[in-house]
Ligand binder design. Structure first.
Ligand code: PLP
Length: 319
């Protein structure tokens, strides 16, 4: 808010930096890469669209592991591209022949969300490197939720982009920095992969002057955001235990949500529980699709919100 209040009117009178130069300099410092390895976008969602426009001929296939982020097939549809969908295994991990399958179908761009949504499962940097190494096309690693990963895991995919020129990492300020309204995301990749996005397909002014300033300030002060990440991790563990005690076991999550299994014996199953919580003003996600219809994705809230949710569920639990 200080950066917002401190923005002089003069900044708005002029066009912003077409390359978001100041933000890229700071992001480069934070991630230990050259600014040429960074591209700033209007939310992470713009990067997804740009990756498609840049690397996929219209009508050619796009790869996803399913289930995952619902926007991928929507963007593929806009591009006239069929979706090659590879089902995750029972541990929410890509199958052993994931890359082979994509190559066989002539996929030039594959999306992988890590930590996975909606399960919260994390693939290690080594697993990402292996998949990218086996792919003929580009691997977009969607790290929308990576800020919530336990720091003890020392998880960092960024160093891979030096050696592997087909890995494009997506970051966003919407989740980890509580700035969804700002619309700011960025990509990290080998400069050879960033260059065609930054110079050919991206609009010169898709990121406005205020967003760039605030995003730079947020990254500079990420220690403040890191306190929130730590609180979320603590609550994530506490909520998972509470849900487990109620008979709603959760997938081990490295994200800011939990995927809880809801047996039909529990108040009539996931959809019923979703509806009854909604009546009480508690919003969780129910996905009426294969593999997910017996589960609920629950965002980790504040301690108070989590307690309210737990109490509401307890009142529905079978005797
Ligand atoms: C939130 C999210 C994004 C990007 O969101 P933006 O608000 O556009 O930055 C990308 N991928 C996944 C899986 C997300 O959940």
């Amino acid at each position: 808010m200080e950066a917002l209040r401190g923005t002089p009117a003069e900044v708005l009178r002029r066009y912003p930096s077409p390359t978001s130069a100041e933000f890229r300099r700071i992001a480069g410092e934070v991630h230990g890469v050259d600014p040429d390895s960074v591209v700033a976008t209007n939310g992470g969602d713009e990067l997804l669209r740009l990756a498609i426009t840049t690397f996929v001929e219209p009508g050619h296939p796009i790869g996803v592991a399913s289930p995952s982020y619902s926007l991928y097939p929507v963007l593929a549809g806009i591009h006239g591209s069929p979706v090659v969908s590879s089902p995750l295994d029972e541990d929410w991990r890509p199958s052993a022949d994931f890359a082979k399958q994509m190559n066989r179908e002539g996929v030039a761009l594959t999306f992988l969300v890590n930590p996975h949504a909606p399960s919260g499962t994390l693939l290690s940097a080594t697993e990402i490197a292996d998949i990218a190494g086996a792919l003929n096309g580009v691997l977009l690693v969607d790290e929308a939720y990576v800020d919530f990963v336990d720091p003890d895991l020392e998880h960092d995919v960024v160093p891979l982009v030096r050696e592997q020129d087909n890995i494009l990492i997506l970051r966003t300020l919407s989740k980890g920095y509580s700035l969804a309204g700002l619309r700011f995301g960025y990509g990290i990749a080998n400069p050879s992969l960033i260059e065609p996005i930054a110079t050919k397909t991206r609009d010169s002014y898709s990121v406005d002057a205020i967003a760039e300033r605030l995003a730079a300030a947020a990254l500079k002060h990420r220690d403040a955001a890191a306190e929130t990440w730590s609180t979320v991790r603590g609550e994530r563990g506490r909520l998972a235990k509470a849900l487990e005690r109620l008979g709603l076991p959760c997938v081990a999550s490295q994200s800011n949500f939990l995927l809880a299994a809801v047996p039909d014996a529990f108040a009539g199953g996931a959809e019923m529980v979703y509806r009854r919580l909604k009546e009480q003003g508690i919003l969780v996600r129910f996905f009426p699709q294969e593999g997910l219809r017996h589960r609920l994705r629950i965002t980790v809230g504040t301690a108070e919100q989590n307690d309210r949710l737990t109490a509401a569920l307890r009142s529905m639990a079978p005797a």
